[in-house]
Design a protein around this ligand. Structure first.
Ligand code: HEM
Length: 234
């Protein structure tokens, strides 16, 4: 568990590595498009970018539940370190980067649709929103993602103060919209869609459970470090 201290020390380096990884994935998708003769280049681009976006979102959404779970495990196993969620601050540090990457991938995903499918036509887009529910839902998701991405900037975060937390509750709505979008696109649910659905349901369940019991005072040890973590994040 002392390895956690190491991770917390090098959380910024870990952050850069994850940024580089996301950039590499984008590069890989783009080069595959240019270099490989694809049967359906539009479908390839839109599906891969959509997948990258949803995976980044799920990783970001999983951080708090995973940190809480690990802290609980450390309490059960009576470890010296790792018993407080603050001990897992290197995980919390990656949240913003994952959320932003999810938004960037989703934005490229939307650009591919606008460019290849409707030739950047505003009227066509307006019609599509009315006719295809999954396009309307995806667009609403992108809009919420944009609001969250802009407000994640430190200066805006400071200005919003407590309202920032309230605003970022929109993440739950965003998760629901993304899942509905993917399910509507898929028509027949397969392993991938089930995997997204089950993951997001488990995470949402843990979060709801946490909200319901956090106020009961039964988790004092687990949340002892919360104040410290909030201070540290500033
Ligand atoms: C946060 C926002 C979004 C996420 C995470 C997302 C994710 C995805 C994913 C994972 C797929 C692949 C589904 C599958 O085949 O299994 C997909 C498909 C698709 N998305 Fe999105 N999407 C988002 C927003 C949008 C927006 C704003 C648009 C357009 C305005 C859009 C248009 C499409 C289209 C047209 C497809 C179907 C591609 C096909 O024909 O196979 N999406 N999306």
């Amino acid at each position: 568990m002392q390895r956690l201290v190491f991770f917390n020390q090098y959380r910024k380096i870990l952050n850069r590595i994850l940024w580089a990884l996301a950039f590499l994935i984008l590069l890989l998708i783009a080069t595959s498009y240019w270099l490989i003769e694809l049967v359906n280049p539009f479908e390839f681009l839109i599906v891969q970018l959509g997948r990258a976006s949803i995976i980044c979102f799920l990783l970001c959404y999983a951080i708090s539940p995973v940190a809480r779970l690990m802290a609980r495990l450390c309490i059960i196993l009576r470890y010296q370190f790792g018993k407080r969620v603050a001990d897992w601050s290197f995980l919390y540090y990656q949240r913003r980067m994952l959320g932003l990457n999810s938004f960037y991938f989703a934005f490229c995903h939307m650009l591919v649709y606008l460019y290849f499918e409707i030739d950047l036509s505003v009227e066509e887009f307006y019609l599509e929103i009315q006719e295809r529910t999954f396009i309307a839902i995806g667009s609403l998701a992108i809009f919420i993602g944009l609001v969250l991405a802009i407000s994640s900037h430190n200066s805006i975060r400071r200005k919003l103060k407590r309202n920032w937390k309230k605003l970022h509750k929109l993440t739950h709505l965003l998760g629901a919209l993304i899942i509905v979008h993917v399910v509507l696109v898929a028509k027949n649910l397969e392993f991938e869609e089930y995997a997204y659905l089950i993951t997001i349901s488990c995470l949402a369940f843990e979060r709801t459970y946490h909200i319901l019991i956090a106020g009961s005072g039964s988790n004092k040890l687990l949340f002892k470090g919360r104040r410290k973590r909030q201070k540290y994040r500033k």
